[in-house]
Design a protein around this ligand. Structure first.
Ligand SMILES: [Zn+2]
Length: 377
């Protein structure tokens, strides 16, 4: 090999190594940048979710207010209906009174007319006869006075009866006006109530829309949280280059064989919606020992959201195990642990309904069924 050829090979190898190293470094930077983006995106989604919750609260209050108003109008309508019925009753009574008054008037009129008829038809003859029938002058004056008084009494009575009839007639007209006003009021009130119902309908639809968006935002938030978790793991894994020691793992809850909830999709016991159960739940008692399923290096040993007090162990080759909801952690980040070594005490920290071990296995940041790696004793 000539010097020149040797140089070319050397430079090429140098370039390949440098590029490989840079590619690796670049990837880690890119992952960190991606993690930042995902974290920001998740924060934005959380903000939107909170805003959505506030809007839902506001709209619920408005709906309640509208419902209260609709109920109040219901009461008003019932009262108006009662008033209308009462007015109708009074109109009927007044009609009866009016008929009676008319009857009285016409009876009196007839009596009066026939009396007048007797007096005037017979004309002077009758009159003279009455007067001639008088025994003396005094009697004559008395008879004239009697006739006059009789006529006046009849005229007064007729006038009174006419007045009574007019009063009743006016009362009837007033009542009919009242009725028509009440009917208008009724129509307006019903219209107002209908308008409120329309508003309520629109708000209920808006609320449904918000609820739908909320579900979508929650899902998005979950997905972004999962994605961030996986990127974190990839970053940590890229910084360690050990291989997985391989093989079957040991059962992490010594002496306890009950799987209370397997890996896979299920209705979440607290969130009450379909969600991937990312590990297996083992029904181990509070305070009991939890052991490392495989030798490795502690990646994380602290509180983490829904997991509560959690231990994550890197076993090399992209394989990570996770032990959640502990009451006490016995290892520290960066510490080496051996297969079967006690790492924590069981508890119910984080999003948990009771003491148990939530055990996960991840391959390159992806959740896998832990039963692929561990066997129930
Ligand atoms: Zn679980």
């Amino acid at each position: 090999m000539s010097r020149k050829k040797t140089l070319v090979v050397f430079v090429s190898l140098f370039l390949i190594f440098t590029m490989a190293f840079e590619a690796f470094a670049f990837n880690t930077d890119k992952d960190k940048q991606k993690l930042d983006e995902v974290t920001k995106e998740k924060e934005e989604v959380t903000k939107q979710k909170k805003q959505n919750e506030k809007q839902q609260g506001d709209i619920t209050q408005k709906i309640h207010k509208l419902e209260e108003n609709i109920r109040n109008l219901e009461g008003e309508i019932a009262q108006i209906n009662k008033d209308i019925n009462e007015t109708k009753g009074r109109i009927e009574t007044t009609k009866g009174e009016l008929i009676k008054a008319e009857e009285n008037l016409s009876t009196k009129n007839e009596t009066f007319n026939s009396r007048l008829e007797v007096m005037y038809k017979n004309g002077d003859v009758g009159y003279i006869e009455v007067l001639l029938g008088s025994t003396d002058f005094e009697d004559l004056l008395t008879r004239i006075d009697m006739v006059k008084r009789l006529v006046k009494h009849d005229t007064d009575l007729l006038k009174y009866l006419k007045e009574q009839r007019d009063l009743i007639e006016n009362k009837k007209i007033t009542l009919e006006n009242q009725k028509s006003q009440l009917l208008t009021l009724m129509n307006n009130t019903k219209k107002k109530q209908e308008d409120l119902r329309v508003s309520r309908g629109a708000m209920q639809r808006a609320k449904k829309e918000l609820e739908k968006n909320h579900v979508a935002l929650e899902k998005q938030e979950d997905e972004l949280a999962d994605l961030a978790e996986r990127i974190k793991e990839v970053i940590i894994r890229n910084q360690s280059d050990e291989n997985y020691v391989g093989g079957q793992m040991t059962w992490p809850a010594p002496g306890v064989r009950t799987i209370t909830s397997p890996f896979g999709y299920r209705i979440h016991p607290i969130l009450r919606r379909k969600k991937l159960h990312t590990g297996i739940d083992i029904g181990i008692g509070y305070g009991e020992n939890i052991v490392a399923a495989q030798s490795g290096k502690v990646m994380y040993a602290d509180w983490q959201g829904g997991y509560g007090k959690v231990v994550m162990i890197d076993h090399g080759g992209g394989i990570v195990t996770l032990y959640a909801h502990n009451s006490k952690l016995l290892v520290k980040e960066g510490q080496r642990v051996e297969r079967g070594q006690v790492i924590s005490k069981c508890g119910s920290t984080g999003m948990s309904t009771g003491a148990h071990l939530h055990f996960e296995v991840r391959e390159n940041g992806q959740y896998v069924n832990p039963e692929k790696y561990v066997k129930r004793p």
